[in-house]
Ligand binder design. Structure first.
Ligand code: F6P
Length: 368
């Protein structure tokens, strides 16, 4: 194990990409450990990499981070648009161009005498973290996303809170679906990974779970609805991941955010499915998209604990000078892995894995 180096350090922190419950808890734990155990000084750049580019920051102290542990969102604000290696600018002719402005960020880090940059984010944010490492900056990454789709690490913070929110809402939708004998389609986040739908679908006893990893057919979904009708359960709750697609078809794109590292935002599969199903069954079909509700509000207890562990581990990695790495959880333990190795490694639901088999054992349909 690497020994703790005793040098006094100045740390900069930023949160990038979509927010996730637990970001504040990581900031809280990282700040407290850095100050109380190691005597470091910290600042937080606002709005992710944009703050680093504009040198817009706030002090992170015991006072400024007091009372934030339970709060969702991020006190540092976030942006999912600002890739400093391909930054949106307007040239002298008024034309939109992408420019590599990473050296401006490096100049700012030097000006503020920053020894280590801690980056809390998902794949886009961590890719830039890797690129800053390649330019000689001491970077530590912390994996964030409600989607739980980052490889190497077992669980990302934010996921448990999102699953709890979806589970609670599935319960609410069950009672109204039953009252009206309706088919209720519930669209959830997750991009190309079905983790939220699968976990919440299980916990919230969905009848059908549709995930991107298992392309569905309308026929199979109708089969399940008919089976429930015949068994005296004339209502059905379907949970569908935003990135789910029919066999041989495409996912539904909700919007394109041009200046984002990953511009595609899925959205609309729930409404489309309800529309397509209605003529095929003897029920009114309605849809609900839970959207950003899944990322808002208070952080679950499990995510608070996980985030605290991530934050404390990041502080120890700073002390041990384990730079160019991301904190990760392996076998339930906090470890780290090189940023070079983690980029592009996704974690998707195994269509033949234990979790899908568990759901199938309960009679849950995957529409395939
Ligand atoms: O990656 C997290 C996530 O919440 C996805 O599940 C979702 O597709 C996306 O971010 C939404 O991003 P935005 O906040 O830009 O709408």
């Amino acid at each position: 194990m690497t020994k703790t180096k005793s040098k006094r350090k100045k740390i900069a922190v930023l949160t990038g990409g979509g927010d996730a419950p637990g970001l504040n808890a990581v900031i809280y734990a990282l700040t407290r450990t850095c100050i109380m155990k190691f005597g470091y000084e910290l600042i937080g750049y606002k709005f992710g990499y944009r703050g680093l580019y504009n040198n817009d920051f706030m002090p992170l102290t015991l006072e400024t981070t007091s009372g934030i542990l339970h709060r969702g969102g991020t006190i540092l604000y976030s942006s999912n648009k600002d890739n400093l290696f391909a930054y949106d600018m307007v040239d002298e002719n008024g034309v939109k161009v992408k420019k590599d402005v990473s050296d401006v960020a490096i100049t700012n880090l030097k000006k503020e005498k920053i020894d280590v940059l801690v980056v809390l984010g998902g794949d886009g944010t961590l890719t830039s973290a890797r690129d800053f490492t390649r330019k000689g900056i001491n970077v530590i990454g912390v994996p964030k996303t409600i989607d739980n789709d980052l490889g190497i690490t077992e669980t990302t913070f934010g996921f448990d809170t999102a699953v709890n929110i979806v589970t609670e809402n599935l319960g609410r939708l069950h009672t109204t679906a039953e009252s009206h004998h309706r088919i209720m389609v519930v669209e959830v986040m997750g991009r190309n990974a079905g983790w939220i739908a699968l976990y919440a679908g299980l916990a919230g006893s969905a009848d059908v779970i549709l995930i991107p990893e298992i392309p569905f057919t309308l026929e199979k979904v109708v089969e399940k609805i008919n089976e429930r009708d015949e068994n005296g359960r004339p209502f059905t709750v379907i949970v569908v991941t935003e990135g789910a697609k029919p066999k041989g078809g495409d996912a539904v794109v909700g919007r394109v955010v041009d200046d984002s590292p990953d511009p595609i935002r899925y959205g609309g599969i729930g409404a489309k499915l309800a529309h397509d199903l209605e003529p095929l069954v003897n029920h009114e079909c309605r849809s609900v998209s839970l959207g950003h509700i899944q990322r808002g509000g208070e952080t679950s207890a499990a995510d608070r604990v996980l985030s605290i562990r991530y934050g404390v581990k990041a502080a120890h990695m700073i002390a041990e000078e384990q730079y160019g790495c991301m904190v990760c959880m392996r076998g339930g333990k906090m470890e780290f892995e090189s940023l070079e190795k983690i980029i592009g490694v996704n974690k998707l639901v195994d269509p033949y894995g234990e979790m899908v088999n568990v759901a199938r054992s309960l009679g849950i349909s995957f529409g395939a």
